[in-house]
Design a protein around this ligand. Structure first.
Ligand code: GRF
Length: 215
């Protein structure tokens, strides 16, 4: 079974969705940079002996020192894949290179739109009618690695940042466990040109139109 290490910083709802998805994988550890991350307690309560650890970024002089300590903690658990699930630190190139092709992230927008923070507020301000989330490989550029799967949702006229975030999060909880399953089954092929193919995945051909056409 593939070994997975999940990195979190807070709530951990994506982590929880993966833990509950009955994936044929071994969750070796959940690591947080924030000692107070709610997700640590969730992982411990899940049982199945998942190790939890904290590597507190504030205790390190700079990014390089933090990333080196984080990598040492990750490597102790010998993961096949490193899964970023609401992990709110920008990582150094050295760290990213170490897990090249083995580290994935979920981002709450339809990349390449709205990389970075406050994606839901920015989507509302931009007036887009369709928003969503993306699972992608992690590369040195922020939120710009090869895309594995995306989910789109409509933006509603009365949406607030919170209501839109909740609609997107529901989809995050669907696509992230699916992406991890594909990865562990060896179905995600990452080409040298950065293109991703998911072997034997089906594709829906119906469009999401928002607002809808008159019927
Ligand atoms: C999610 O919206 C994720 O896309 C973003 O941060 C949020 C983390 O939520 N990177 P949670 O900790 O998984 O509940």
């Amino acid at each position: 079974m593939k070994r997975i290490v999940i990195l979190i910083s807070g709530r951990g709802s994506n982590m929880e969705a993966m833990l509950k998805a009955h994936l044929p994988v071994e969750f070796a550890a959940v690591i947080s940079n924030e000692p107070s991350a709610q997700g640590l307690a969730t992982a411990q309560a899940h049982g199945k002996g998942i190790a939890t650890a904290v590597v507190p970024h504030r205790a390190f002089a700079d990014r390089a020192a933090f990333d080196a300590a984080l990598a040492a903690e990750i490597d102790r658990h010998r993961p096949d894949f490193v899964v970023l699930a609401g992990f709110m630190r920008v990582l150094t190139e050295t760290f990213v290179a170490r897990y090249s092709g083995r580290m994935v992230n979920i981002h709450p927008s339809l990349l390449p739109s709205f990389p970075g923070l406050h994606t839901h507020q920015r989507a509302l301000e931009a007036g887009v009618r369709i928003h969503g989330c993306t699972v992608h490989f992690v590369t040195p550029g922020l939120d710009s690695g090869p895309v594995i799967i995306q989910a789109a949702v409509p933006v509603l006229a009365d949406d607030t940042e919170d209501s839109l975030a909740a609609r997107v999060l529901e989809q995050e909880h669907c696509i992230y466990p699916q992406a991890l399953r594909w990865l562990c089954d060896g179905r995600v092929k990452l080409g040298a040109d950065g293109t991703v193919t998911v072997v034997d995945a089906t594709v829906r051909r119906d469009a999401l139109i928002s607002p809808n056409l008159d019927t």
